[in-house]
Unconditional design. Structure first.
Length: 264
């Protein structure tokens, strides 16, 4: 025969564990996320380029775990296209058959970089759980998967003009200062872009039932170019971006199905 206090304690413990599991089940929700925006690059050093923005996009899955009434943790994984444009307009002196001549070099480059991107955001909702405004702060990290750039330039001096245009694949990787290095995700001994991009993001948004609209500013903390290119160009490049994303969280599924069974 079981002691009644033991049965009562076991029932309370079972009820506590069941309630905790049920609450934990409803604290995390899952969904899909899509967005777009603009990307550009920040130059540090002796850069002669003018920078311009270009359109970007992102698509993936997202989850949100409620930490408290006003706080939640949002994290996701997906693909993201980032990019930027560079323009150069330089006037220089040239020697054409012994005659000093002024030349002009103009170029326009457009870069398109695709990453496998993971992000985490700490969400603060002043009105508490439910509908309302949100404040967002967090970070992201990406692994470069594909890169291309489109170039166009003209070089004129005197009565001579040279021009070229085309597209070229970019190689993600590193290269040592000795000139001997390696590339990844595409191979090759001459790397064009570092494979890892990581940084911070901050923004705001609005939550309406299962729909979240969020706007974030992204600032990379990792240099974009390999070290040998930084020394050659005498500057560093850091990605920047602004995105607006729409997240839709799926409704919760019932944990149990069927009719309850009475205990005999």
């Amino acid at each position: 025969m079981h002691h009644p206090f033991k049965l009562l304690g076991a029932s309370l413990l079972l009820g506590l564990l069941t309630g905790t599991a049920a609450r934990a089940q409803h604290r995390t929700q899952y969904g899909v996320q899509a967005g777009g925006g603009a990307g550009w690059v920040h130059l540090r050093g002796q850069a002669l380029y003018a920078t311009r923005a270009r359109p970007t996009w992102q698509l993936g899955v997202v989850a949100e775990t409620r930490l408290a009434s006003h706080w939640a943790l949002q994290y996701g994984l997906g693909g993201a296209m980032r990019g930027y444009r560079l323009r150069e307009d330089v006037t220089y002196e040239a020697d054409q058959k012994g005659v000093p001549t002024v030349g002009r070099y103009r170029s326009q480059d457009a870069y398109r970089l695709t990453y496998l991107l993971a992000h985490t955001l700490l969400v603060y909702q002043p009105a508490g759980a439910g509908n309302g405004w949100q404040l967002l702060v967090g970070g992201y990290a990406g692994l470069g998967m594909r890169g291309r750039y489109r170039y166009q330039y003209t070089d004129s001096w005197g009565n001579i003009t040279r021009a070229a245009a085309g597209r070229q694949r970019l190689v993600y990787g590193y290269r040592s200062g000795s000139g001997r290095g390696f590339g990844i995700l595409g191979g090759g001994s001459s790397a064009d872009i570092r494979p890892i991009d990581a940084g911070l993001q901050v923004g705001g948004g609005y939550c309406w039932q299962r729909v979240h609209v969020q706007a974030c500013y992204q600032a990379s903390l990792t240099p974009l170019l390999p070290g040998y290119l930084e020394r050659q160009l005498q500057h560093r490049e850091y990605l920047r971006g602004a995105t607006i994303s729409l997240s839709y969280f799926l409704p919760h599924s019932p944990r149990h199905s069927g009719n309850p069974v009475a205990l005999q």
